[in-house]
Design a protein around this ligand. Sequence first.
Ligand code: B16
Ligand code: MG
Length: 219
Amino acid sequence: MLKACIFDLDGVLVDTAKYHFVAWQRLANQLGIAFTETDNEQLKGLSRDASISYILKKGNIVLSEYDKQHYMAMKNEWYLALVNTMDESEALPNAKELLINLKDNNIAIALGSASKNARLILEQTALLPFFDSIVDGTRTTKSKPDPEVFLTAANDLSVHPKEAIVFEDAISGIQAANVGGFLSLGIGEPTVLTEAVWVYPNLTSLNFEQLINLYNSKF
Ligand code: B16
Ligand code: MG
C-alpha cells in the first residue's frame, strides 16, 4: 500500500538552481574560473562540498581545507541573500496543491534533500507545514546516490521503502531511490532520467488518485 511520498527539494518543489547558479558563478569568477549553465547542471543534487570541489577541479586550483570552507561560506551567504527574497509564488506549479491532496488522503510526506538550507526554503515558500519529516544536508553524511537521505526519511515516517514513492530531478537522486528500494518518480526528461520508474516533466498532472494507480500497477 502507498503510505508515503518523499520529495527532493531543488528541481521538484522549487527552482533554487537559478540562485545556486548566480552564487557559484560569482565565486568561480572571483577565482578566475569560468562557470556556465552547463556546469550548473552538473551540480544539481550534489552537496555544497562536492560542488566547490567540482569548480576547483575545473579551474585546476587546489585550496587548503580552511580556504575551501571560507569560500563555501561566502557562496552560501550570497545564495541565502537570494533565498531570502523567495516567497509562496516560487513553489513550482501544483507543488502546494499536490501536498494538500496527499495530506487529505493520509499520505505521509517527507523531504529528502541535500541542501543544508532546506528548512528555510520551505519556510519562505510556505510549504513547511505539510512535512511530517525533513531530512536535509544537516542530517546526512552520505551524498546521493547513497540512499541514506531517503532511508532516514522512511525511518522517520515508520514506512518501508516499498511503501513510498520518491520524487527526484537528479540522476543521482533516482539512483539513490532505486538502491534504497523505493519507487522512483523522475521530474524532468525521460532521456536523462532513464533509470526512473516513471518520468513526468513536472508535478502539474499529478494527484493522489493517479499516484495510487501508478503505485498499484507495480504490485
Ligand atoms: P546547500 P536538492 C541540492 O538540493 C541542490 O540541487 C544542489 O545544487 C545543492 O548544491 C545542494 O542541494 C546543497 O545545497 O548549499 O543549500 O546546502 O536537489 O537535494 O534538494
Ligand atoms: Mg534536486
